[in-house]
Design a protein around this ligand. Structure first.
Ligand code: FAS
Ligand code: PHB
Length: 391
């Protein structure tokens, strides 16, 4: 089989790219190693920037999202026993939206399939070949046999643990990596959220985040040891720790309920440069990951493929490869901006195991500096609401 663009991975990056290409009459095939139910129920991100929401709507994939998402005009930091609200709408004129990544993935799969874009599930990509020729190909296992997809170009949207990044010989790429000395224990709870906006809690025992998936489902995170086993955390231990880290704050109380899922989330910053190797383009987590504190991962994946789709459109409509050549640098400007913000949010709000008494006092002073001035609140709000798709 031959197609103009072969896509590895049916996450937000691969699915959004396929849709953007289809709308320009460019053919693609998505090869996804997991089953459809698996990718449609995998709990991950929960917060969409305005730019991501706009693109999902502009590509005709937002009908259910508009019915179900929860627009948010602000967020709160809690530290030193006080609440500090960021009025994002007032500071930036923008808002963010709570809509589970798995719901967005479900919508994007449905629209792509309905439009006739082939998505092969349980199709595990094993290798890319001929990247330096005009006819690259993808080798993959599907229905018990090895198959080959020939294409003009390949989009590596197969996430951090996929094969795309490994395709680059070590000498052809530069990796930047930071692993944080803690992880997140994430839980899903059948209970209304503790507050209608997100609560980011700094506490000497560790960070806690109160977020949500809907008006009846809460999503909560606790900073824990990086190698923590979620089985060590009974329901009582989780609720006690969340109550301590939220503190006795006026008007706030931890909303408890049935814990339906608990997972560990790794805290890591990672960038691979460049994001292109010959006829292979990396997009999303295959090229970069951020600690989830800044809620940037999924939004970065979507902005990468927006840029990539413009490069493919320019090539197939005019033959120019200029946007191919600019792809990596264009994406990396935004990627590094999001890396900085995610690192900043993480280092400002988490308890560092090796922190001295000075470090802790300085960290609290940083929080006070950011929350205590309009300039500080505006800087944080502008990054949280989302950097321009093309910087
Ligand atoms: P994805 O990883 O979503 O998709 C890659 C796809 O490729 C997957 O479906 C995978 O099955 C497939 N694949 C892998 N190898 C393959 C192969 N060899 N052949 C074929 N297919 C292959 N981001 C936030 O903004 N907020 C959060 O709270 C947040 N929480 C997260 C929690 C967890 C546990 C994880 C792992 C990530 C979290 N993220 C969060 C980040 C996450 O949302 C990513 O940024 C987002 O999924 C990136 O999308 P993609 O680049 O499409 O990669
Ligand atoms: C989530 O809802 O999963 C979420 C929201 C905001 C964050 C991190 C995670 O900063």
């Amino acid at each position: 089989m031959h197609v103009q663009v072969g896509i590895a991975g049916a996450g937000p990056a691969g699915l959004m790219l396929a849709r953007l290409l289809h709308l320009q009459g460019i053919s693609s095939v998505i090869l996804e190693s997991r089953t459809r139910p698996y990718v449609e129920t995998r709990i991950r991100a929960g917060l969409l920037e305005q730019g991501s929401v706009d693109l999902i709507n502009e590509t005709g994939m937002g009908e259910r999202m508009r019915r179900e998402y929860l627009p948010h005009d602000g967020l709160e930091f809690i530290f030193g026993g006080k609440r500090h609200r960021f009025d994002m709408q007032e500071l930036t004129g923008r808002r963010v939206y709570i809509y589970g990544q798995q719901e967005a993935v479900k919508d994007m799969i449905a629209v792509n399939l309905a439009a006739g874009v082939p998505i092969h599930f349980e199709a595990k990509v094993s290798a890319f070949e001929g990247l330096d020729t005009g006819k690259p190909s993808i080798r993959y296992m599907h229905e018990g046999s090895e198959k080959t997809l020939t294409c003009d170009y390949i989009a590596g949207c197969d996430g951090f643990h996929g094969v795309s990044r490994a395709t680059f010989a070590a000498g052809d790429r530069r990796d930047y990596d930071r692993v944080y000395p803690f992880g997140w224990l994430g839980i899903l709870v059948d209970a209304p959220p503790s507050h209608h906006e997100l609560l980011y809690c700094h506490h000497e025992r560790g960070f806690a985040l109160f977020t949500l998936r809907s008006s009846t489902v809460s999503r909560l995170y606790l900073q824990v040891e990086p190698d923590e086993d979620e089985k060590n955390w009974s329901d009582d231990r989780i609720w006690n720790e969340l109550r301590v880290r939220l503190g006795n704050i006026d008007g706030l109380k931890v909303s408890e309920g049935k814990i339906t899922q608990r997972t560990m989330v790794e805290m890591r910053s990672y960038v691979t440069e460049p994001m292109r190797h010959e006829r292979l383009f990396l997009a999303g987590d295959s090229a970069h990951i951020v600690p989830p504190t800044g809620a940037k991962g999924m939004n970065l994946a979507i902005s990468d493929v927006y840029v990539l789709s413009k490069a493919f459109t320019a090539f197939y409509k005019t033959g120019t490869t200029a946007l191919f050549d600019a792809y990596s640098d264009t994406c990396l400007r935004r990627v590094w901006g999001a890396q900085h913000f995610s690192w900043w949010m993480t280092s400002m709000l988490h308890t560092m195991p090796d922190a001295s008494a000075f470090d802790l006092k300085r960290q609290i002073a940083e929080l006070q500096t950011v929350c205590g001035s309009r300039a500080g609140r505006k800087l944080l709000a502008e990054n949280y609401a989302g950097l321009p798709i093309e910087m």
